[in-house]
Structure formats: C-alpha cells, structure tokens
Design a protein around this ligand. Sequence first.
Ligand code: C2E
Ligand code: CA
Ligand code: CA
Length: 399
Amino acid sequence: MNVLIVDKCKFARSITRAKFSEVFKGLDVVFENAENSKSAISSLDNTQTIGCSRINLLIIDLSIMLDDKFTLINYMVGVKDYFKPVIIIGLADNCLFEFVSNNALELNLNLADIIKTPLKHADIYNIVTNKKCKLSSNKPSDNIGFIFGATCIKEDFNKKNLCLYYQPKVDIKTKKVVGFEVLSRIKTNNNTIYPDEFIPLLEKEKQSYKLTKFVFKKALNHWESIPSLKDYNLSINISADDLRREGFVEEIINHYGKHRDIDMTFELTEYAPIENEFLTFESINKIIASGIRFSLDDFGKSYSNLKRLDSIPFDEIKIDKAFVFDIDVNRQHQAIVEAIIELGSKLNIKVTAEGVETHLVLDMLYKMNCQYVQGYYYSRPLSASELLPWIENYNKKFQ
Ligand code: C2E
Ligand code: CA
Ligand code: CA
C-alpha cells in the first residue's frame, strides 16, 4: 500500500509517518511525501492508471488545503478521483473542521475522517480498522476499511477467504436457466471486498492468473460435487494477461481434461490493447480446442473489441450492463444494444445482455431478439448454498 503524506513541514511529515507506521505495523506500506499541493498533484498524476492509482491513501495537512485554496481537492474532483480515501489532519476548532468536512463531502470525495493533531494512536486505529462510522456515501468501495482489505488481499487470498458467487443466465425465449457466471468476493471478518477493488490490485501485481486458476478449480469442483449443476453452463471471467502466463494454458487444459462433461465458458475482459496478440490468440485457440468456449465480455466498453471479434472464434458476446440497464429511457443505449444484437446475429454469435434489472428492459430485449439475459431482475449473484434452492424456486415460478 502506498500512502502519500502532504504537509509543508518536514518534521510534521515524519511525525505523521511514525504515527501511521505504528498502526500499519507488519503491513507492506510505502510512505511518500509532498510538501505542497503542486507536488502532491504531480505524484498523483504520475500514478494514475486505468481504474487504479498507485497511491492508496492520502493524508493531507489542513493548513495545506487552506493555504493552497483547496487546489489538491479541486484537482481530485477534476479527475473524478472519488474513491481514494483522504484523511485530513490538523489543528483547528470544530467549526473549521466542520466547514472542511462539509466541503469535501459535498464534492463527493471519499473523506475518511479529520483528525486533530497531535495525532493519537487510537484515532488512527479507529479509522483504518473502520471502527469509526464512514463519513462518505454508502458504496462499499467508498469505505476506508478497504485500505486494510487491499493490503491484506494477498493474505486473504492465500487464506482462501475468496468466496464464489453465481449469477444465473436465462434464455429469453424459453425462460430456462442456461448457466451461471462465477463472480468472486473476498470475505474478511465483517467485510465483503468486491472484485472492482481487488482485481485491479491483483492485475497490477500480475497475480490475476492465480485468482483465475483458483476460481476455475473451485467452481469445477462445486459443479462436480452436485450432479444436477452439470445441466448448466459454468462461465468464469479471465483476463488476457492470464493467458500469457507460462504454464497457465497447459494447467487449465489438463485440469479441464478431468471435467469434460461440464459445459464451460471463459469470459474474456480486457480494456487495454492486448500485448503480444499472437501468443494470446494462440492460447485462446488451444483452450477452445480443449472444449472450453470463449465469450467476449463487456462488449461496447472498449474500442478494441471489434478487432478481437475478427480474430477469435467467440461463442458469445456479452453486452455490458452500462448500455443495458437503462435502454427504456436512453435512446443512444437502445441503439447501441440493438446494433450489437444485430451484429451477433449476422456473425452467428450468441448475444447475452447483462444488467437487466426491470421487466420493461427485458421486454425490449425480447423484441430486439436478444437471446440470453442476466441481471438483478432474475437474481443477484448467489452464494454456493443459495444456488440449488434458487433454481428450484425459479423453476416453480417461471416454468
Ligand atoms: P462482469 O463480468 O461484467 O460481471 C457483471 C457484474 O455486474 C458483476 O459485478 C455483477 O454482480 C453485476 N451485475 C449483474 N447484474 C447486474 C444488474 O442487473 N445491475 C447491476 N447494477 N449490476 C449487475 P461484480 O461481481 O462486482 O464483478 C465486477 C467485475 O469484476 C466483473 O464484471 C468481472 O469483470 C470482474 N470479476 C468478478 N469476479 C471475477 C473473477 O473471479 N475473475 C476475474 N478475472 N474477474 C472477475
Ligand atoms: Ca463477466
Ligand atoms: Ca460487464
């Protein structure tokens, strides 16, 4: 975890660092310094990558904010950096603290807390362990607890705190459940960490292939242990990076060799241009030859999708939920979804729309000749123990 301390006084920075180090003891934390808003912005600017910044926590001295006329905060708002937790420290009366706090919250920043100096161990501990109530919105990712979660991901991952959830996919015409997509969560004592938080970190550390292998084996075991589940396709998310890992493809093919009667799909997601395309396409073709299908996930989100459609024999296109959930009120999204369904039909590739939340949207997709749907309208992702009761209940209700 990288922590940026913004304070003009070198001595104060070292005190802050020492106090936070006590609380982060045993964790892999790197502290960085900035003496004013400008140098803090340049640190943040250098570290922004898609969906993930190298700096995980900002600690800002109150006087910097006031002296620099909220330059740093304005920058964060400008680049829509609403998720990075911010802790403000300083010496001021309650009125000033309230003013700053209200401003930060109005700007939608993820303000974890404001702590008065001199810093007390207990105050810092309360924030980072999330014992103090959150001041931000109620989205799980806005929660300062994720600082700990992020840092402990590798540990949790090794402890097998990773839980698999399953979201059903339904044939729009027959209303039959045709399969389930596996979605991962990390469960800590009293917290759930969602993939949007831990996958960018795993990808940054080039560790996502470990997640894929773990999910793949665990889900296949689950399918194997309950014979009735074999009636359903099992879809697992994969990133193009995993496919370039030495030995990865061979391990997947070998393992799948023991479970050939399970209908399996890999959903390929990738926003960035694929590095070493030849190697990636070769890996995909080997996996397809072993009997596993490939689906092009999040279609429409990335400009490079179309090129991939031309090079890889995909079995399915999944339209991203961002285009689907509001087609009843958004004409542009309606046109995009319609065009993707038509493209799938012309290329003879199945089309699944994800993010179906209402009957109205489902009805429109039906009229557009979309084949498969997935979304909260049918079910949220289900834990392993909820799966069979849900199927039974669904079959009673919809069939
Ligand atoms: P995705 O593959 O596009 O998965 C769909 C996401 O949309 C899931 O979020 C799901 O819970 C959510 N969703 C499903 N239906 C609806 C709906 O009707 N409305 C709304 N608002 N959301 C809906 P989740 O589980 O948080 O996963 C986020 C992303 O993380 C996934 O997006 C996928 O790209 C990635 N992911 C999840 N699990 C894994 C995994 O095991 N391995 C890899 N490599 N990626 C994963
Ligand atoms: Ca997916
Ligand atoms: Ca998606």
